[in-house]
Design a protein around this ligand. Structure first.
Ligand SMILES: C[S@@+](CC[C@H](N)C(=O)[O-])C[C@H]1O[C@@H](n2cnc3c(N)ncnc32)[C@H](O)[C@@H]1O
Length: 107
């Protein structure tokens, strides 16, 4: 095998999914620190630009959901089932008419 060869996509995808599945219970606490120090109001600013039908790829735990204008028709996709479960719970708690679904239909 060539030295620079990448592992097959499904192996790499599984590896990344495993990392985020393991991180999911701590993700919100971990990222909250970076948000305060680095992002500041970046989420609010970016999401406020959205209009109409929006696809958020890698929606994570859904931390952006509350930042979109109420009339945005949002679909979020996410690789990690544990992250996705949190996004779905968050969407429900916010009464958002958003759809958060798996990025990999077979999972
Ligand atoms: C750093 S987190 C960011 C989550 C969220 N966007 C946020 O701002 O908090 C990266 C997310 O990307 C997801 N992800 C990685 N590769 C992906 C892919 N190919 N398709 C969908 N989601 C993916 C991970 O599972 C993880 O939840």
């Amino acid at each position: 095998m060539h030295q620079d060869a990448q592992p097959p996509l499904d192996v790499e995808t599984g590896r990344v999914r495993g990392i985020y599945d393991a991180m999911a219970p701590r993700y919100d606490r971990m990222i909250a620190v970076a948000e305060r120090l680095l992002f500041r109001d970046g989420r609010q600013w970016a999401c406020a630009q959205a209009t109409g039908r929006v696809l958020e790829v890698a929606v994570g735990t859904g931390r952006n959901l509350a930042c979109y204008p109420a009339d945005v028709d949002l679909t979020g996709v996410e690789l990690s089932p544990s992250m996705l479960a949190q996004a779905q719970a968050r969407a429900q708690a916010l009464h958002r008419s958003s759809t958060c679904d798996s990025a990999t239909p077979s999972t």
